[in-house]
Design a binder for this molecule. Structure first.
Ligand SMILES: [Zn+2]
Length: 89
C-alpha cells in the first residue's frame, strides 16, 4: 500500500489512521469593467493588456486545481482557516 503524506505538514499518515482528501479549485476573477482606480474602463487599454499575456499565463491565473491528503490536525487548521460551517457559495 502506498504511503500517504499530509499535503500541509508532510507527516506520513499511517495505514489505518484517519485522513481526509482535499480538493481546492482556485478560480481567478477580475472586474475588468470596473478598474481599480474607480475610473472608466478604456476598452483599447484592456485589449492592449491582454495582448501581453500568453495563453499559459492566462490559464494558470484563471483556474488552478490543487489536491491531496490531510492529516486530522491539518484538516482542523483548514476548517479554521475557512471558518467552520462555511460552505461553497
Ligand atoms: Zn498534516
Amino acid at each position: 500500500m502506498p504511503k500517504r503524506t499530509c499535503l500541509h505538514c508532510e507527516r506520513e499518515v499511517p495505514n489505518g489512521a484517519p485522513y481526509f482528501r482535499v480538493a481546492v479549485a482556485l478560480q481567478g476573477e477580475s472586474d475588468v469593467l470596473a478598474p481599480a482606480d474607480g475610473g472608466e474602463a478604456d476598452p483599447a487599454e484592456l485589449l492592449k493588456q491582454l495582448e501581453h499575456l500568453d495563453e499559459a499565463e492566462l490559464e494558470a491565473g484563471v483556474h488552478e486545481e490543487l489536491g491531496g491528503v490531510l492529516c486530522p490536525s491539518c484538516r482542523g487548521e483548514l476548517r479554521a482557516f475557512f471558518g467552520v460551517g462555511r460552505r461553497v457559495q
